[in-house]
Write a protein that binds this ligand. Structure first.
Ligand SMILES: [Zn+2]
Ligand SMILES: [Zn+2]
Length: 106
């Protein structure tokens, strides 16, 4: 039975290779910490990326307009009803047009 690199802990002090079940380095007696899972770290990174703000896209709840003209009509309607100025943008995710509110500058 050969020892693979997954089954050893390399001592941080003397670089002695210890079997993974050892709690202390057999050379210098340093307490060995178990290998940190690299998979966990990448998961965390992914979560961070998820929480990043998306560029203009689609949250699934937006009204889709198949043509820019439709979006323009809807925008005019909303403007006449609510006085809200909306911007038309093309969504890369659903390939349709959406309206988005412009931030009012005050
Ligand atoms: Zn050691
Ligand atoms: Zn969309």
């Amino acid at each position: 039975m050969s020892v693979s690199s997954d089954d050893i802990i390399i001592c941080g002090v003397c670089d002695h290779k210890n079997p993974i079940f050892r709690l202390k380095c057999s050379e210098c007696g340093l307490r060995l910490s178990k290998k940190k899972h690299k998979k966990m770290a990448s998961k965390k990174k992914k979560a961070l990326q998820k929480s990043k703000r998306k560029p203009l896209g689609c949250d699934g709840n937006k009204i889709k307009y198949t043509t820019r003209r439709d979006a323009s009509k809807a925008r005019k309607n909303i403007y006449s009803q609510k006085g809200a100025i909306l911007r038309i943008y093309k969504c890369k995710i659903c390939n349709a047009y959406h309206l988005t509110k412009l931030r009012s500058k005050k």
